[in-house]
Design a protein around this ligand. Structure first.
Ligand SMILES: [Zn+2]
Length: 225
């Protein structure tokens, strides 16, 4: 997936666009209103993110409910998930009828928000094996150390031995890899999953909580035309 970088009123962001949809993510210190304005979106929808597994269709959102995933049920609406090291997971079908973005940190991976997303889409009649997935900027495994307590929580996960690597300081955890393996286990073809390859900790154009930016957030956005 090729993204192009633009600046609008001092906000920098990267986006992919085709005839059906736009998706992308902002750099540090961007304002979500500038993204909305650039794409002439009718409204922006955000959630009170709580590292859970709850997902909303955009037309169900009233106010600012607790949740960590948005599925676009309307056109020209900018669905936004904020992250600062966690994985933003975008999805869309080839024709753009299905599209959305969810927030997956280790807690979201543990609460199986990805599987919840697939189940919701299947209930709506979507053939999830034909969806495309993209992970945006997130902290990479070698920059993200966790301790034994997190490793223990994943002991019943089939892919736990593939996402943790023992180091002198604890364990490196690759949440993006966990997201990918979870999807593959659910039948998503590996070729349908792509990654930005951007580490928020290493790349200072993006905010990173672990690097000490406690307030900065990436706005991960998706819009159906
Ligand atoms: Zn890194």
């Amino acid at each position: 997936m090729i993204l192009k970088r633009v600046e609008h009123k001092g906000s920098a962001f990267h986006f992919f666009e085709n005839s059906a949809l736009i998706l992308g993510y902002s750099e540090i210190d961007a304002e979500v209103d500038h993204i909305n304005e650039y794409f002439i979106a009718e409204k922006t929808i955000q959630l009170d993110q709580v590292h859970g597994d709850r997902i909303f269709f955009t037309d169900e959102v009233r106010g600012y409910p607790e949740g960590d995933g948005l599925i676009l049920s309307e056109k020209n609406v900018l669905a936004v998930i904020r992250t600062a090291d966690c994985v933003p997971l975008f999805f869309h079908s080839k024709n753009g009828r299905e599209a959305g973005v969810i927030h997956v940190g280790w807690r979201g991976l543990h609460s199986k928000i990805g599987i919840n997303l697939l189940n919701i889409l299947k209930q709506k009649g979507t053939d999830t094996n034909n969806l495309f997935f993209h992970t945006g900027p997130a902290i990479e495994g070698k920059c993200y150390t966790v301790q034994q307590d997190v490793v223990d929580k994943f002991k019943d996960f089939s892919f736990s031995n593939k996402i943790f690597a023992k180091t002198p300081k604890g364990y490196d955890m690759d949440v993006t890899k966990g997201v990918e393996l979870c999807l593959i286990e659910q039948g998503i073809p590996a070729n349908n999953i792509t990654h930005s390859g951007i580490c928020t900790f290493c790349n200072k154009n993006f905010p990173s909580y672990r690097r000490g930016d406690l307030e900065g957030r990436i706005f991960n956005f998706i819009l159906k035309k």
